[in-house]
Design a binder for this molecule. Structure first.
Ligand code: GLN
Length: 269
């Protein structure tokens, strides 16, 4: 749908097909609201924040300034993790760790697509977690998601002392280099900086995740990460520092950019 159509269907609580008739009958109050929405859009606010919702893998999620707007590329990440990971622990519980859950999109989609999954969703932002919890509740999967308000490195470090309990670690971490943040389109600059800022070279969170992931993954576990534009070579180098990982595979997104990396643990580790 075009952006104006998205705003109108949301305002009028109707389907696109009804617009031709309904849009001609806007009340003065609705016209005022529509003008207001268009003004916000003209200021660069993403349409998803204005209408307060988005779709992720067919799941309707509430979104606002508290969290990053889920992107279509991240659906590929979840689909790969589901298709490669759901065979694990079929006779029990599949423990999934989602690092940097934001609106909860990945955690919720994993819960909905893998019925025996039990998710731990970590985010440093308390307000993002409030939104994620609300989304999980709306979707009826909150009973299978444990939310933890902590920096992902702190969480991983603390958990590494425990048994290697996670079967899947999945994350779309912040991956934009700090100095590029100011050059992002206005839409993206409306999103929380914490969800985007990947440190000076954009790779901070990959270093942190790879440093600890093997200590908390089960021996047959799967690591699945979204990566930023042009980061494949650098990320391959980080993986090369850790012989604990093997079968490091990259997957492309809809515009043929390397976007996902998946790895398993080496059998000898
Ligand atoms: N996909 C986002 C963007 O470039 C970035 C999300 C992230 O940093 N993980 O707009």
């Amino acid at each position: 749908m075009k952006e104006n159509e998205l705003m109108l269907t949301s305002l009028l609580d109707c389907e696109r097909i009804d617009l031709a008739v309904k849009a001609r009958e806007l009340t003065p109050e609705q016209e005022r609201q529509f003008r207001q929405m268009k003004a916000r859009r003209a200021q660069g606010e993403p349409v998803q924040y204005i209408i307060g919702k988005t779709d992720f893998m067919g799941i309707a999620l509430a979104v606002d300034r508290r969290a990053l707007i889920p992107r279509p590329e991240t659906e590929i990440l979840v689909e790969l993790a589901v298709s490669n990971g759901k065979a694990l622990r079929q006779d029990g519980k599949l423990n999934v760790l989602d690092l940097g859950t934001g609106s909860g999109n990945i955690a919720i989609a994993m819960a909905e697509n893998i019925s025996h999954a039990q998710i731990t969703a970590v985010d440093v932002s308390a307000e993002a977690l409030t939104l994620a919890k609300m989304n999980a509740k709306t979707r009826g999967v909150h009973g299978r998601i444990r939310f933890i308000g902590e920096d992902m490195s702190v969480y991983l470090k603390a958990t590494s002392a425990e048994a290697r309990k996670f079967n899947i670690i999945i994350s779309n971490p912040p991956y934009i280099p700090t100095e590029e943040l100011a050059r992002l389109p206005a839409d993206v600059r409306n999103e929380p900086r914490t969800a985007l800022d990947g440190g000076h070279d954009g790779l901070h969170f990959y270093r942190e995740i790879l440093k600890y992931a093997y200590t908390v993954l089960s021996p047959d576990g799967l690591l699945a990460l979204e990566i930023g534009d042009g980061q494949r070579n650098s990320i391959e180098k980080i993986f090369a520092q850790y012989p604990q990982y093997q079968r490091v595979e990259f997957f492309k997104d809809y515009v043929q950019t390397d976007r996902i990396v998946m790895a398993r643990l080496s059998e000898t580790f």
